[in-house]
Design a protein around this ligand. Structure first.
Ligand SMILES: [Zn+2]
Length: 199
């Protein structure tokens, strides 16, 4: 334990996901000891992100306006919607540069243990997007793990009634992991080799 505000900083950092007590301590002392570290800039960005960032009304991705840059881009292929769990998955797929369609961000995956069912996810927002008839294929790119698989089969059953083609990313992705951990080449290949699971 440290005195006062240093311990407070360690405690706050330790609340962040993926930051254990040792990392929290290391970051805190970096901030305290490094004169060149711009604390006011970090504080400003933290406040701005809370103020400015919201979720796209169409796809649920993070955005600084009502509609995100991808949804607003006239050059994207509007016949394809790729369904992912989190905004970080959109970023991972964008890095592959092998997909030019639109996205739909669920905000998680079905996980009964954690009390997350379809109603807790942004699934309701997906259905109206398919009503215009413009979308011909929905690519399900949930994580290659138990929750991702459960979500994919729920969605494929739901979408069977809508009359769009439903596909899932090809195997070859690291099983049990997160989509974001797949390297760009593997993820790109998984897209190219996606298989149709329903129509
Ligand atoms: Zn969007």
């Amino acid at each position: 334990m440290y005195d006062g505000v240093v311990q407070e900083l360690i405690d706050e950092l330790g609340r962040l996901p993926g930051v254990g007590p040792k990392s929290a301590q290391r970051i805190a002392f970096h901030i305290v000891q490094t004169q060149t570290f711009d604390v006011s800039r970090l504080a400003k960005v933290l406040l701005e992100v809370r103020e400015r960032v919201r979720f796209c009304e169409q796809c649920g991705n993070v955005s600084e306006s009502e509609v995100c840059n991808i949804c607003a881009d006239p050059n994207r292929d509007r016949t394809l919607i790729c369904v992912v769990e989190e905004p970080k998955d959109v970023a991972a797929i964008e890095r592959t540069r092998s997909y030019e369609g639109l996205y739909h961000v669920l905000g998680g995956a079905i996980s009964p243990i954690d009390g997350i069912g379809p109603d807790q996810l942004n699934i309701r927002g997906l259905m109206p997007r398919l009503e215009t008839g413009e979308v011909v294929e929905v690519i399900i790119a949930t994580d290659p793990n138990l929750e991702g698989d459960a979500t994919a089969s729920y969605l494929s059953r739901l979408l069977a009634a809508v009359g769009v083609q439903v596909s899932r990313l090809a195997s070859g992705l690291p099983v049990g992991g997160d989509l974001e951990y797949a390297d760009e080449v593997t993820l790109g290949r998984a897209f190219a080799g996606r298989r149709i699971i329903g129509q």
